[in-house]
Design a protein around this ligand. Structure first.
Ligand code: PEP
Ligand code: MG
Length: 544
């Protein structure tokens, strides 16, 4: 038996076999080849497989009305045509280099030549070349793009994983999660927490764990490989007891979020996709307090169409009915990005072109999202909020765009509602300007994850700072109080949607500060509900 320690980011006991997550190799590096004919045959073979995969994808996408279908069709055309392949084959033959290097070089050459052109047809073609190249290199290197498909439930062990890789996992097949790198507040960890399975970070993951039996103890931050029979029995027993506690929590599913002295609060869920929506409902969420909309843009090869966005928002709005759903507009940047977004390299991406800055720079893309949100507003109780705001000017610029979007919808006779607009308060500047910002919108919601990193000047992703990174820092609590108070003074409501909202040690304090909404990962709703229902606020001023 082997025992390791880590940092628990989700509690509970998991018992199961490990599936070691292979990191994709560094593809496209040059090496000399001696047999050109054989290399060209490899290319031919990979091309056939790619066309087959794309045909499947095309059929599925076309049947589901997915906008990606057109792009798959174009990629098939590219592979079946001659010009792209001729460029690749000629490089392999004349320079005697491996085909994956020839592919990457051809792709980069085309992208450089046409990068200055803003014509959408050209941009689409460059995207097609990039996607086709990626698919071919995966096939050539024996890595299937379907590597995330899992047959039996497993514990995933990975050295590291990006948010988009986590998004591609089939959540119903995950028993637990182990990673070597990462931090409790990274977006990868936030997504893992939403899966509601025990997980540890900072464990020394090894390839030879593949297929071995493992216990994750998400209470003690420990894990065991090949546990002995007695230990296994103890943990199985513990797992059963855990289920009893879960049953008690489940009995609170339809109960109100009200304190012992009758103070009502909104307890909502943070979600990233439609699977999380199911989980929010199963856990009795009173609404959706944060829909992290950027995840619909990740794990794919180009921007989702306005229609796709609209369909998702409509589905969430309809599913939640009268319950409020707050969509946070695209918060791309930092570690949440994809090649197709063509974000420049930055020395400090967390302080770079992210969130609202990225959206105000790419106005057409942003307007598509706003249009999709307003279009979907006719189907439920939607609200919208904007991330990474630092000034009143940014809010006014957004609102000008919102006016244009509404005008556009009216011209197309598309019904919409004048939904509430809010701001994610996650920069110290927004805290200092809380009162002025509150006057511009309907509500403020404190994003404690980023607010903590920007206030303490400590990267939320940096594992070396984990002992110094204090989310309970009095500076953060004072900031939350200031935001709530000033929102109320301006007649607005205020919530908390960062991870701190789920910390039951602070629930009483937040309620006493007068918070109107707490929004937490679905798995934390019931424990927080239990805490709210056991709290007494004592005659605090409840006026808003
Ligand atoms: C936050 O920063 O607290 C927040 C809710 O946003 P995210 O974690 O997605 O950055
Ligand atoms: Mg944030």
């Amino acid at each position: 038996m082997e025992i390791y320690e880590g940092l628990a980011i989700s509690q509970g006991i998991a018992i199961g076999k490990i599936r070691y997550h292979q990191m994709p190799e560094q593809l496209g590096y040059p090496h000399a080849i001696s047999n050109v004919k054989q290399e060209l045959a490899r290319y031919q073979n990979a091309k056939e497989q790619a066309v087959e995969q794309l045909n499947d994808l095309y059929e599925k996408a076309a049947a589901g009305g997915d906008g990606q279908a057109v792009s798959y069709k174009r990629q098939i055309g590219l592979l079946e045509g001659t010009s792209f392949s001729r460029a690749v084959e000629s490089m392999v033959s004349t320079e005697k280099v491996n085909v994956s290097y020839a592919l990457v070089t051809t792709r980069d050459g085309l992208a450089d030549t046409f990068s200055a052109l803003e014509d959408t047809v050209v941009t689409d073609q460059i995207d097609d070349v990039r996607q086709v190249t990626e698919r071919l290199t995966y096939i050539l290197d024996g890595l299937s793009r379907e590597r995330y498909i899992l047959e039996d439930p497993v514990i995933i062990a990975a050295e590291k994983m990006s948010p988009s890789e986590v998004m591609e996992l089939d959540k119903s097949k995950i028993l637990g999660f182990l990673t070597q790198s990462g931090s409790a507040l990274s977006h990868t960890s936030i997504l893992v927490k939403a899966m509601d399975v025990p997980s540890l970070i900072h464990v020394p993951v090894q390839a030879q764990w593949e297929g071995r039996l493992c216990i994750i103890d998400g209470y003690a931050g420990k894990m065991y490989i090949d546990p002995d029979a007695a230990l296994l029995m103890d943990y199985k027993k513990w797992q059963q007891d855990e289920q009893k506690e879960q049953e008690y929590l489940r009995s609170l599913k339809d109960e109100e979020d009200v304190t012992l002295d009758g103070h009502q609060v909104c307890l909502y869920a943070n979600i990233s996709d439609l699977e999380d929506l199911d989980s929010a409902l199963e856990n009795g969420a009173g609404g959706i307090g944060l829909l992290r909309s950027e995840f619909q843009y990740l794990g794919r090869e180009n921007y989702p169409s306005e229609r796709e966005l609209f369909q998702t928002y409509k589905k969430v709005a309809q599913t939640m009915g009268e319950k409020r759903v707050i969509i946070r507009t695209l918060d791309i940047g930092s570690e949440k990005k994809e090649d197709y977004m063509r974000l420049a390299e930055e020395s400090n991406p967390a302080m770079g072109n992210r969130g609202i800055r990225f959206c105000l720079e790419r106005k057409e893309m942003f307007k598509e999202q706003l249009r999709a949100i307003y279009h979907a507003s006719a189907y439920g109780n939607l609200a919208v909020m904007y991330p990474m705001i630092t000034s009143v000017d940014e809010v006014r610029e957004i609102q000008e765009m919102v006016r244009e979007v509404k005008k556009d919808l009216r011209a197309r006779k598309i019904p919409y509602q004048d939904i509430q607009q809010g701001i994610v308060v996650e920069t110290p500047a927004a805290v200092m300007m809380a009162r002025e910002l509150a006057r511009e919108v309907d509500f403020l919601s404190v994003g404690t994850n980023d607010l903590t990193q920007y206030t303490l000047a400590m990267d939320r992703q940096n594992p070396h700072l984990k002992d110094r990174y204090r989310q309970h820092h009095p500076a953060i609590l004072k900031m939350i109080y200031k935001v709530i108070q000033e929102s109320h003074q301006e007649g607005r409501w205020a919530g908390i949607c960062g991870e701190l909202a789920a910390d039951t040690v602070l629930t009483g304090e937040f309620l006493r500060m007068g918070v109107d909404m707490l929004s937490v990962v679905p798995s934390c709703i019931l424990p927080v509900r239990k805490e709210i229902r056991e709290t007494v606020i004592h005659d605090q001023d409840k006026s808003r």
